[in-house]
Design a protein around this ligand. Structure first.
Ligand SMILES: [Zn+2]
Ligand SMILES: [Zn+2]
Length: 347
């Protein structure tokens, strides 16, 4: 069996969860869009706290698709939720159960932000997700740059973390990966990586820092969306395609710090029905073979129903599935997370 990918896949590499001067970020939409275009980002998903006042900025900017949503919190400032596809903000007195339901009801798309955040700095309390009694969310942040940073910072590495923020990114927590696998056994919940970009300004003695300048942040965690046909040049149609692919879990995410995922793929190949992409459902009677290829040597892990069933240090693998389940791939370099796919579902 040839290890080449034969299915046409259109890939769009995007940055999710960006704050601007509309709330507590330090860059304007215009500045961030310009940086993103220079860096070749394919889509940006803005989500300022509790405001949609820049909704009119949605659209195509050259090759960059810009979507504007907002980050909702409850009256206790917990349960942060990224909502996209709404025309106006919801009343700000709502609790999570209600806004999760309303976003869905109004045809929007919702992603749970930093679900298991823990922080160790007194000035920056954590904002975890606590409302697990709802199941109407569409996605979940598996890896949030600022949560990772705040979780692992301490007095010894503080200087390094300020100067080289990307060094804080090790990998998503085991807890959140397990939760993601568990949720996906009953329904599709897309896993994404997000930046939670603010480009905060901070003073340490005489030194002034911008923590995670947008330019650096946009070169860290990306979510890559996979489509079987290219994004339309019509903005509304492109936006529909983007959320349709995200809702279908046709996505993986990666830390660009360890290399661009050039020519990366994870597919299920069948003899009669061709290749299936991440997020799709493959009948077991088609005798699917899972194939993966990465552009450089990495530790490849195949996870089935939350358990690792194969691990190899390599640039590729193939695995013939003999039972149904949900399969995803992780690629790590020196124990640091590089690429994480959503699930291929063998049914
Ligand atoms: Zn938040
Ligand atoms: Zn945020």
């Amino acid at each position: 069996m040839s290890n080449n990918k034969t299915v046409a896949i259109y890939e769009y590499s995007g940055a999710i969860h960006i704050h601007t001067t509309d709330s507590d970020g330090t860059g304007t939409h215009k500045q961030i869009i310009s940086i993103a275009r220079q860096l070749g980002v394919d889509f940006l998903m803005f989500s300022d706290h509790m405001t949609l006042k820049s909704l009119h900025r949605e659209g195509w900017y050259g090759e960059l698709l810009v979507v504007v949503g907002y980050e909702i919190n409850d009256p206790d400032n917990k349960n942060h939720y990224l909502a996209f596809g709404l025309k106006e903000t919801l009343p700000d007195s709502l609790y999570a159960k209600d806004y999760v339901q309303l976003v869905r009801k109004m045809g929007g798309f919702g992603i749970i932000a930093h679900p298991d955040e823990k922080r160790h700095l007194p000035d920056y309390p954590p904002y975890p997700w606590t409302e697990w009694g709802t199941d109407e969310f569409d996605g979940i942040e598996i890896w949030n740059h600022i949560s990772s940073w705040l979780e692992s910072i301490n007095k010894w590495n503080r200087f390094l973390f300020f100067v080289k923020p990307r060094s804080s990114l090790t990998r998503p927590t085991d807890n959140i990966l397990l939760l993601w696998d568990r949720l996906n056994r009953t329904r599709r919940v897309v896993g994404v990586a997000s930046l939670d970009a603010h480009a905060f300004r901070y003073r340490m003695g005489l030194l002034k820092f911008t923590i995670f300048p947008y330019k650096i942040d946009l070169l860290s965690l990306r979510t890559v969306v996979l489509l079987r046909s290219p994004l339309s040049k019509d903005f509304n149609e492109a936006k529909r395609q983007l959320f349709c692919a995200l809702g279908g879990c046709q996505a993986y995410f990666c830390n660009l710090r360890w290399g661009a995922p050039f020519n990366f793929f994870f597919i299920a190949r069948t003899e009669k029905k061709g290749d299936f992409i991440i997020g799709e459902e493959v009948p077991i009677e088609e005798k699917p073979v899972l194939l993966a290829s990465v552009p450089k040597i990495a530790e490849l892990r195949l996870i089935k129903d939350g358990e690792m069933i194969l691990s190899s240090i390599s640039t590729s693998f193939e695995y013939r599935a003999t039972s149904t389940g949900i399969f995803r791939l992780e690629a790590l370099i020196d124990d640091k997370g590089w690429i994480y796919t959503n699930h291929i579902r063998i049914v």
